[in-house]
Design a protein around this ligand. Sequence first.
Ligand code: 13P
Ligand code: SF4
Length: 312
Amino acid sequence: GSLTGVDLRAEIDRLRKERNAVILAHYYQEPALQDIADFVGDSLDLSRKAQATDADVIAFCGVRFMAETAKILSPDKIVVLPDMAAGCSLEDSCPPEQFAAFRAAHPDHIALTYINCSAEVKGLSDVIVTSSSAEAILAKIPPEQKIIFGPDRNLGGYLARKTGRDLLLWPGVCIVHEAFSETELLKLKAQHPGAPIAAHPECPAVILDHADYVGSTRGILEYAQAMPGDTLIVATEPHIIHQMEKAMPAKRFIGAPGADGNCNCNICPYMALNTMEKLYLALRDLTPRIEIDEDLRLRAKKSLDAMLAMAS
Ligand code: 13P
Ligand code: SF4
């Protein structure tokens, strides 16, 4: 197209300085985006970075709820998302009107809500959690308090089993983490005896039951540093393996398979919408831009602030 011959890396670098922009990227982004970012992290780290930056522009290489979180926490900054269609199946599985009705049907419950949701659903929630902060936050809520947990029933089920608490679950799932196959995972494990399995808590229980470690993307990276042996089976979106191979070139990382026996079906189709070309255009044109109505922003900010105050 018209961008043929443009040195995208050099142009993105030039525009980042010109715009006083910071580029934040999630571990599920393609390697080129991770490599050009100023900061790569999990959902909690990215929220904290977005809140603390003194840049004028945040270019968010991740999905829309992550860029919205950045805007909610840093309203005076321009926040661009390379592709506005980069949604999330968990967000889609929790329409705000239905969530409001669910809450209304359980007035004695508070809503502890996974950050993978719309700003509207954040506004209907009491405390937001990420996979790396959920356990610490749950431990600070009195045991007698009744809790709705949404939208991820897998993360909610994992937390309920781990902490022994009774959580009323919203039935949402991540299509990416639902796609791992237990049968194929067991075949892979048999081929690599002794290799531990690290899994994201968005995986269903049949996968988590085989995991030696369960945690957020950052947690999985830390486990890869500390694990016994030199081979790890990774049951989360496979682009995280890029960071592992960079940091630990002597170790071997194998993406957990889907039903077809390879890990390509576990690529997040929403994250994959962002590309170097679209990042370049977003920095050049300062669009697509996240805009959030101020009333909604303030409602959503309350539950995010509660998370930031309670996460350790
Ligand atoms: P993390 O907070 O673990 O990075 O998870 C984000 C996400 O979308 C997982 O699918
Ligand atoms: Fe959403 Fe799943 Fe993609 Fe994460 S991996 S952004 S939860 S669809």
